[in-house]
Design a protein around this ligand. Structure first.
Ligand SMILES: [Zn+2]
Length: 68
């Protein structure tokens, strides 16, 4: 395992963590790093306008009709 506490996690790791994946100590790092908090907030903003198309593209039509 690496020791991510010294440096900031990469944007990719931040994004993965943001998606709910466990990425080392990213969560703990973000909790105490203002810079990464801002980067995560930026991610949230990007996701907010990315999501509609992303969801629409990956959503199985069959499920959308039946509603799960
Ligand atoms: Zn950081």
């Amino acid at each position: 395992m690496r020791m991510p506490s010294r440096s900031h996690p990469r944007s990719l790791d931040l994004a993965a963590w943001f998606d709910g994946e466990i990425v080392g100590d990213v969560g703990a790092h973000v909790a105490r790093c203002a810079r990464c908090q801002r980067e995560t907030a930026e991610l949230a903003r990007i996701r907010a306008w990315l999501r509609p198309t992303e969801r629409f593209a990956s959503l199985p039509a069959d499920r959308a009709v039946k509603g799960g």
